[in-house]
Write a protein that binds this ligand. Structure first.
Ligand code: 2P0
Length: 323
């Protein structure tokens, strides 16, 4: 019997965003999404069987806050209810990047957790099922289970699919960190609020589905310009939906705007890069692998950029240690 398993997962940045849920108990996405897993955003999670009658959670060396502990406990209950695991666990997780600042820490977190828990089960669970189980923890985690370029369809109980493995992807991302503090409104609350109050929510869902079809075509054609323009339009449509919620959800700060207004100028000058923004103020730039360092140098020169992280395509979540 295994007692201690460590899994590693990379976070992902969506080129087509997941923002909205269907009314189910399965954490079902209302929009399809497509993402790139990035090497620089890594979570390692160790799951250890314990004798105690209560699960324990440590994140980046500290006990998790009450809300996070509750969410994780409920997540383990889902695994216990399905008779996939039994007993209680100590879960220790470490991110090498800011948690909760719009760099999708829950994606790598729940992907690593699901893969580690999967290694405790009696019968092996296939990757698609692990992706579904990770999605129940956090929607974006379904994509991190697969790694590379991954597609998560909308619908009641989807699993992510691998569109292109990491070693075939010619692009990478530069993350411009303009704020590393925990965001005020988490994605889950923000999505619910957008759905309930934004007059543009239904238009957002419709446009996200059409953007997703465009993005899949562009990826199969290996057309970076089409990929980038579609990603920018999709991110801005999601933020327009957030901003039109009442009261508004404004995740940007002035540096966010400074960066996104420079990107088209950089393109005109011959540096091909495109932006996307998650539920936070940080800006993520997509570009060809050979251009990433130059993109990083340009971003670093902008006042207010606190840190710049270069990320290459990464693989799926996997167990890295056990005993
Ligand atoms: C994404 N985000 O596709 C989008 C873009 C944020 C903006 O997936 O409620 O933390 O746990 O399923 O996965 C963030 O959503 O939300 C997210 P839950 P999650 O990457």
């Amino acid at each position: 019997m295994r007692n201690r398993i460590t899994a590693r997962a990379f976070s992902n940045i969506a080129l087509i965003k997941y923002w909205g849920k269907l009314p189910t108990k399965l954490n079902s996405p209302a929009t399809p999404s497509i993402s790139l897993a990035v090497s620089a955003l890594k979570t390692e999670t160790t799951v250890c069987r314990i004798e105690s009658g209560r699960d324990k959670f440590i994140l980046n060396g500290k006990p998790t806050d009450m809300a996070t502990s509750q969410r994780l406990r409920e997540y383990l209950d889902i695994w216990r209810k399905q008779k996939l695991i039994a007993g209680h666990f100590l879960i220790e997780s470490r991110n090498n990047f800011p948690t909760g600042a719009g760099l999708a820490s829950s994606a790598s977190g729940y992907a690593a957790l699901a893969v580690a828990l999967g290694a405790f089960t009696e019968t092996p669970i296939d990757k698609a099922e692990l992706s579904r189980l990770a999605r129940i923890g956090s929607g974006s985690a379904a994509r991190s289970v697969m790694g590379g370029l991954a597609f998560l369809p909308d619908g009641k109980n989807p699993a992510a699919k691998l569109i292109m493995p990491a070693d075939k992807i010619p692009w990478g991302m530069v993350m411009a960190i303009v704020e590393s503090k925990h965001k005020k409104i988490n994605s889950r609350t923000g999505m619910g609020h957008s759905a309930e109050t934004s007059p543009y929510y239904q238009s957002w869902i419709k446009s996200a589905k059409s953007d997703c079809r465009k993005m899949l075509r562009a990826i199969y054609r290996n057309n970076l310009a089409e990929i980038g323009i579609t990603a920018e339009a999709n991110a801005l449509a999601m933020h327009a939906c957030m901003m039109s919620a009442r009261p508004p959800l404004i995740y940007w700060n002035p540096v966010t705007i400074e960066i996104i207004t420079r990107v088209p100028c950089w393109r005109k000058s011959g540096l091909e890069t495109y932006f996307t923004i998650d539920a936070g103020p940080n800006v993520i730039l997509l570009g060809r692998k050979q251009d990433l360092l130059q993109i990083a140098r340009r971003v670093k020169r902008i006042a207010g950029v606190k840190d710049v992280v270069v990320g290459f395509p990464a693989g799926g979540a996997e167990v890295i240690r056990w005993n």
